[in-house]
Every structure is written in structure tokens, then in C-alpha cells.
Design a protein around this ligand. Structure first.
Ligand SMILES: Nc1ncnc2c1ncn2[C@@H]1O[C@H](COP(=O)(O)OS(=O)(=O)O)[C@@H](OP(=O)(O)O)[C@H]1O
Length: 290
């Protein structure tokens, strides 16, 4: 039988596969006017966007947890290119907030962000864990086409035939841009290893000085365990027609190295060879586990 999700297909815009409703409202994204003091959080999907967004909101609110529970994370740090019938689009929300998030590759980012020289935080996560997390997300978030089997999905991921295209091009594109723009390039694996140090890097980048007890509060509030049970951080405030947490929770495992539970030995060998080829010539380095 054909499930409603399996009849959805991605559109392609400037060679990047993307959700149809986003593409239909593309003109609004392209013409978006960033302000010089806007902060942009940029990631390939499933790389820890929600985690770094919660950290940034806690920093802006000086570690006040109650203030950070004022609304769902997807409204506190709006998703720039998001458009979905029945929900406020990202560009409609952006005027009222200091920080935005995007999954766009560099070539699709509205030019105003470059022109205004906005500060940007890019967060990368190793490709294998991203693929596993994305596979689960494809199943629970209803705007996706049917991912097929894990093996089929992994093939699509490697070929860049998933929403937002190639992980390899995405991380490399932003890696190059950081040479010329104000980009703090972070890694999910570093955040898992030493979250306090990484929060301090963000503070420094934003020119914020907070007392150690406040930093410790941010650390606690943004841990996986706390965010998983926090309805304003765990996406349970999304309507169930958009996300079904009973299929797979948005806050799934929050660990590094879960790919080992999914990749077969053969898949891993093929993946490693392909990875080497794709990342050839780049100085980008990422830990596959911690
Ligand atoms: N606090 C914290 N600590 C560690 N890990 C965390 C945290 N918050 C979210 N996550 C994990 O991040 C994955 C979701 O990524 P994104 O937020 O980028 O998803 S999205 O692209 O915005 O849909 C998803 O990863 P997986 O668990 O591997 O699926 C989340 O569990």
C-alpha cells in the first residue's frame, strides 16, 4: 500500500533537493534582508541545530531557563527557509528575533548575510551519525519522501539525493567560507566531549561574558537529558501531522558513534572509500566517534 509519505517527492532548486513548500516560497528566502547584528546558525540537517540553538537562546537570555521556556525552540530561533501550509514561515518570523537557523549550503544562502558580514555559527557532525539520524528523521517528519530501507537511504545520502543535498559539499563549502567571513566552525563531537569549553567558545565569539555559575546553568539546561524532557526544546510542540515522535523521537539518542549500530562492515568499507574520494583536497577533519 502507498502511505501518504511515500508519494511525496523533493523538488530541486539550484541543484539542491529541497521540500516543495520551501521551493514554492523561495523568492522570500532569496530576498531576505539580514541585519548586521543578526546571528545565523547554520548546519547540515541532523548535526545538532537544536542543541546549539538552545545554547544561543540561553546565552541571549543570560541563563534564564524560564525565559527560554517562553516558546518552542522552532519559534525562538526560527528556521529561515521553512515554509509549510498551516505554520508561520521562517521569513515571516525573522523580523522579530536576533538569531536564525538555516540548513542552506553556502551557494543558496541569501546574499544579504554575506553583504552584512553577519556572525555565523556553523556546526558540523560526522557524516555517519548524520546519515543514521537523518534516516530516522525521514520516517518521523512527514514532509519527507519514503526513505526506503537503511541501505537504500544510505545510498541516497552518499549521492546527495536527500533534502539539502550532499553532506560533503555542505561541510566543505562552509569550511572554505570561514576563511573570509565571521564564522565560528564547531563540531558536534567536540560538544559531546567538552560541552563547557564549546559553550565558552560561543560566548567569546558573541562577545558575551557570563559568570561561571550561569555557564554551568546553560550546560545543565542544554544537556541531552534535559532537552529531551523539555517540551519547548524536544519538538513535541510540533503538530503530530508534521512530526510523529512515536515513530522515532526527535531527541533520539544524542550520542556519537551510533552509526556502529547501523552500518554493516560492507557498508562501512564502501562509505569510507567514497568519503575519502569526496573529501579529497579538503583540510576538513571530523571525528567519527569520541
Ligand atoms: N543536547 C543535545 N545533546 C546531544 N545531542 C542532541 C542534543 N539535542 C539534540 N541532539 C541530537 O541532535 C540530532 C538532531 O539534530 P538537529 O537538531 O540538527 O535536527 S534538525 O536538522 O534541526 O531537524 C538528534 O540526533 P540523534 O539522536 O542521533 O538522532 C538529536 O538527538
Amino acid at each position: 500500500s502507498v502511505s501518504p509519505t511515500s508519494i511525496l517527492e523533493l523538488e530541486v532548486i539550484h541543484e539542491i533537493p529541497l521540500y516543495r513548500p520551501f521551493v514554492e516560497k523561495w523568492a522570500q528566502v532569496e530576498s531576505f534582508q539580514a541585519r548586521p547584528d543578526d546571528l545565523l546558525i547554520s548546519t547540515y540537517p541532523k548535526s545538532g541545530t537544536t542543541w546549539i540553538s538552545e545554547i544561543v537562546d540561553m546565552i541571549y537570555n543570560n541563563g534564564d531557563e524560564e525565559k527560554c521556556k517562553r516558546d518552542a525552540i522552532f519559534n525562538r530561533v526560527p528556521f529561515m527557509e521553512m515554509s509549510c501550509p498551516g505554520l508561520l514561515s521562517g521569513t515571516e518570523q525573522l523580523d522579530t528575533v536576533p538569531s536564525h537557523r538555516t540548513h542552506l549550503p553556502v551557494q543558496l544562502l541569501p546574499v544579504s548575510f554575506w553583504e552584512q558580514d553577519c556572525k555565523m555559527i556553523y556546526l558540523a557532525r560526522n557524516a555517519k551519525d548524520v546519515a543514521v539520524s537523518y534516516y530516522h528523521f525521514y520516517q518521523m517528519a512527514k514532509m519527507h519522501p519514503d526513505p526506503g530501507t537503511w541501505d537504500e537511504f544510505l545510498g541516497k545520502f552518499m549521492a546527495g539525493k536527500v533534502a539539502y543535498g550532499s553532506w560533503y559539499d555542505h561541510v566543505k563549502g562552509w569550511w572554505e567560507k570561514k576563511k573570509a567571513y565571521r564564522i565560528l566552525y564547531m563540531f558536534y563531537e567536540d560538544m559531546k566531549k567538552d560541552p563547557k569549553r564549546e559553550i565558552e567558545k560561543v560566548l567569546q565569539f558573541l562577545g558575551k561574558d557570563l559568570k561561571e555559575e550561569v555557564v554551568n546553568k546553560i550546560l545543565h539546561h542544554t544537556s541531552f537529558q534535559e532537552m529531551k524532557k523539555n517540551p519547548t526544546a524536544n519538538y513535541e510542540m510540533m503538530p503530530t501531522w508534521a512530526m510523529d515522535h512515536s515513530v522515532s523521537p526527535f531527541m533520539r539518542k544524542g550520542m556519537s558513534g551510533d552509526w556502529k549500530n547501523y552500518f554493516t562492515v560492507a557498508q562501512n568499507e564502501i562509505f569510507d572509500a567514497h568519503y575519502k574520494e569526496q573529501m579529497k583536497g579538503s583540510t576538513f577533519k571530523c571525528q567519527m566517534e569520541i
